[in-house]
Structures are given as structure tokens and as C-alpha cells.
Design a protein around this ligand. Structure first.
Ligand code: HEM
Length: 433
């Protein structure tokens, strides 16, 4: 009877959380167009980079009709509508850089955006679930998920680097899928007291984290740091904890009081939240609060999945209780790979934000640079110099999150004979020139 009860309790299926077997948290086969009634939105959203650079996006939005949203019927239609409206909103707010922002989002944009957002349970701002999870198309539908075979549906200023940034992040999400699919096996294995099943599933999680790191490395090949820092980053920014939008944004026709939302960031990806809950990583204080808040920027069913993992599982206690050498080693390796991923992510942030930020400061001070570079630096958001797009104080936050991951280890900081990499060394190896 015991077994029967356990099985009913643990018949966890990813499907009930709208997580796809093939695509994980990625929206399978996003629609590429909306019903013809929404052509005014799609025409603007498709031309956003050109309209922004010609300073005419705001004018086009002022002339846009106020459309009804009830003709959007399916989840995929709503997701494409959210993506299009969020791209328009970002362009509208940031068209003139951080100095000439707006206080009000006009009603023909804000009203439908808030309605669509409410139906999806998402905030009315550009988020990871838009730009990465619902913004892709395969050139050859039968071909692989590869950089050559993928394209974006909608984009922002920054050309090929924007494409690289969103699609490499999509590949990181893809690399995580085998690990995500193993989570139910870990949960079931613990309920069944089956050490072998848990060990095997955990090994798959560790390998997936390793593949995510390999995918993350592609960022260097596809994204130019000065374009990321000088052009792209502002369009991912939000109006919470952002000095250049300190009062937030009024969504006209929705509510008179300004609203505040964080900018888009892969901190809103559900993947690492799942792995943290699985391994029992405990984020506390302001870092923990930020990460918890980021869950409100995820599709609600994905957030529920993360909460399900945390409430149904203590893998760490199981590992300690079993005291099985192979299981313990696999658990440790998994934690170590997660630390390794976060260390690598820190070196990426150093290259794409910290170094360009210090170069920008230097150049602003002595003005010795090419006209083009100076122009890019002038436009780069100074309010975000020490901050991530989500509004966090970057390095302190990322290192705290990394250190909390390290604290989850059972034995101390070694992975077999392999000593964990020293992130400060890795970061200092990246020189400004
Ligand atoms: C050029 C590439 C990237 C840059 C510059 C970057 C930058 C940042 C920054 C500044 C933060 C701090 C939070 C915030 O302010 O939003 C952050 C957090 C985070 N990023 Fe990235 N990121 C990049 C790529 C990625 C990719 C591809 C992933 C993979 C999904 C990722 C996953 C995360 C996660 C999970 C967090 C939360 C902190 C953590 O859990 O360790 N990032 N990132």
C-alpha cells in the first residue's frame, strides 16, 4: 500500500506545468504572425530597430490605433502579442537613450499590453520569456536547433549581436533540457528510496549543466562586447531601481500611479531556479529576494514547477541520510558544475559589462577614442554602469549567488581531484585592451 501512495504522490509530469518534452521551458513552435487585425502592431514591431534609429518609433506609436485584445485566442497568439508589445514599449521608452526617457506609456500601447500581460500572468515589460523563449524560428523546420538554422522573429537595435545574444541564450536553455527532464526521476527516486535511480538522474543533471556552460561559451563568438554594452543593454533595462526612470512608468488608461518593473535578464530563466531548488541551494538576503522576485517574471506554470520542487524534495537530506559514496560523489559533482557555470557566467559579465564600463569611464575622462566609439559610449546608459539590466549591483550579487551554491557541498570544495576554478583569477586575465 505504501508504494501505491508514493506513486500517486509522485506521478509528476512536466506536461501539467506546460513544460514541453522536446523544448523544456522554450515555447514550442512560436507563431510568426498574428491575425491580420493586429497588422498595425506587427508592422511597427518588425521594424523596431530602423524606427528607433530614425527616431520615429514614438511617432508611429502615437498614430497607432487602440486595438481590442479579445481576438487573441490561443496561448501562442498571446505570447507573440506580448513579445511585439514589449519590443514596442522598450523602443518607446528608450528611443532617445537614458536622458530623454518618458514618464507615460500612451494608452494605445499600455492598455492592450496590460490586458495581454494579465491574461498570461506576466508583467507588462520585455522579459526573458519574450526575447528568448518565444522569439525563435527554424529556417529549415526539419533542421537542427543550431545557430545557422535559427532566426529571431523580432529584434532590437544591435544587429547580429542581438541575434547572437538571444539565440545563444536559447541554446543554453536547450542544453538544460535533459537535466530538467531528470528532475521527476530524482523526485520519484527519493520517494521510492531508490539510490541508483537518484544517482543516475543526478548525473544527467550534472552533464546538462556542463553542456549549458559549453553553449554559454558561444556568446564570445556571436556577441560583440561594445555593441552589447553601448547599444543593446539599454533596451533590456527596466523602470525599477533604475536612476534614469526613478519614478517608474505610468501605463496610461490602466492606472494613474506609476508602475515599476525590472528589466529583462536571464535571471528570469526558470532553469537555474529549478537546479538550485533541486540541489537545495539557499539564496538569502537581498540576492535571494531579487531571485525570488524574478520568479514573478516567469510564465506562472514554470514558477509553480520551481515551487513544486522546493516543496516536494530534500535531495540534500536524502544524500546525507543514505551516505552512499557514489550518490554523494554525483551530488558533489553536480554542485561543483553549477558553481563552475556561475563562475563562467561571471567571466562573461566581466567581459560584457565590467570591462566596457571601466573603459567608458576612462574614455569619458580623457576623450581619447575614435568618433564612432565615443558615440557608442555617449549613448551607453551611465545609470546602469554598475548595475545589471535587472537592476542588481552586479558583481556582489553574482558572487554571493555563486558562494551560496558552493555552500551546498557536503564535503568541502573539491570535485574528485579537481579544484574549483578561481573566478577572480579568470576575471583578471581579461584585460581592457
Ligand atoms: C552577454 C551575456 C550575459 C550577460 C552580460 C549577463 C549579465 C547578467 C547580469 C548583469 C546579471 C545580474 C542580474 C541582472 O541584473 O539582471 C545576470 C544574472 C543571471 N544570468 Fe546572465 N548574462 C548573460 C548571459 C546569460 C545566459 C546566456 C544565461 C543562461 C541562461 C544567464 C543566466 C543568468 C542567471 C541564471 C542569472 C541570475 C544569477 C544566478 O542565478 O547566478 N546569463 N546576468
Amino acid at each position: 500500500m505504501g508504494t501505491k501512495v508514493k506513486n500517486t504522490q509522485t506521478s509528476l509530469s512536466l506536461k501539467e506545468f506546460h513544460i514541453s518534452e522536446d523544448c523544456g521551458f522554450i515555447l514550442p513552435e512560436p507563431l510568426t504572425d498574428l491575425p491580420v487585425y493586429y497588422k498595425p502592431w506587427m508592422d511597427i514591431a518588425r521594424n523596431a530597430p530602423e524606427l528607433i534609429s530614425s527616431h520615429s518609433l514614438r511617432l508611429r506609436i502615437h498614430d497607432m490605433p487602440l486595438l481590442e485584445t479579445h481576438l487573441l485566442r490561443t496561448h501562442r497568439e498571446l505570447r507573440l502579442a506580448h513579445l511585439a508589445l514589449s519590443i514596442m514599449t522598450s523602443g518607446y521608452v528608450w528611443q532617445e537613450g537614458e536622458r530623454e526617457t518618458v514618464k507615460v506609456l500612451p494608452r494605445n500601447l499600455s492598455v492592450p499590453f496590460c490586458e495581454v500581460s494579465q491574461r498570461l500572468g506576466l508583467p507588462p515589460i520585455l522579459i526573458h520569456a519574450d526575447t528568448v523563449l518565444a522569439n525563435w524560428k527554424k529556417r529549415d523546420p526539419d533542421g537542427p536547433f543550431s545557430m545557422d538554422n535559427l532566426e529571431l522573429l523580432l529584434t532590437l537595435p544591435g544587429g547580429e549581436s542581438v541575434r547572437g545574444f538571444f539565440l545563444v541564450t536559447l541554446l543554453v536553455e536547450l542544453a538544460a533540457i535533459p537535466g530538467l527532464k531528470s528532475i521527476p526521476d530524482v523526485i520519484n527516486g527519493i520517494h521510492d528510496n531508490d539510490v541508483a535511480v537518484v544517482t543516475k538522474a543526478l548525473d544527467v543533471v550534472g552533464q546538462a549543466i556542463d553542456s549549458m556552460k559549453q553553449a554559454l561559451k558561444l556568446m564570445h563568438e556571436y556577441v560583440d562586447p561594445s555593441i552589447f554594452y553601448g547599444i543593446m543593454r539599454i533596451y533590456l533595462s527596466g523602470w525599477k531601481d533604475n536612476p534614469s526612470m526613478s519614478e517608474g512608468l505610468v501605463y496610461e488608461g490602466v492606472q494613474e500611479k506609476p508602475m515599476e518593473f525590472s528589466g529583462g535578464s536571464a535571471a528570469q530563466s526558470s532553469i537555474l531556479h529549478c537546479f538550485d531548488e533541486l540541489l537545495g541551494v539557499q539564496h538569502e538576503g537581498s540576492s535571494g529576494a531579487f531571485l525570488t522576485r524574478m520568479r514573478d517574471y516567469m510564465p506562472p506554470s514554470h514558477k509553480q514547477f520551481i515551487e513544486y520542487i522546493s516543496s516536494h524534495l530534500s535531495l540534500r537530506s536524502f544524500v546525507l541520510q543514505q551516505a552512499d559514496e557514489h550518490l554523494t560523489h554525483t551530488f558533489e559533482q553536480c554542485v561543483s558544475r553549477l558553481v563552475d557555470f556561475r563562475n563562467y557566467h561571471i567571466t562573461i559579465v566581466t567581459r560584457y559589462i565590467t570591462i566596457p564600463a571601466s573603459r567608458a569611464k576612462q574614455l569619458r575622462a580623457n576623450q581619447q577614442c575614435l568618433a564612432e566609439e565615443l558615440d557608442m559610449i555617449r549613448k551607453a546608459p551611465t545609470a546602469l554602469e554598475e548595475r545589471g539590466t535587472g537592476g542588481s549591483g552586479i558583481m556582489t550579487f553574482l558572487k554571493t549567488v555563486r558562494d551560496k551554491t558552493k555552500d551546498t557541498t557536503i564535503t568541502q570544495c573539491t570535485n574528485g581531484n579537481q579544484v574549483l576554478p578561481d573566478v577572480n583569477k579568470a576575471a583578471s586575465e581579461l584585460t581592457i585592451d
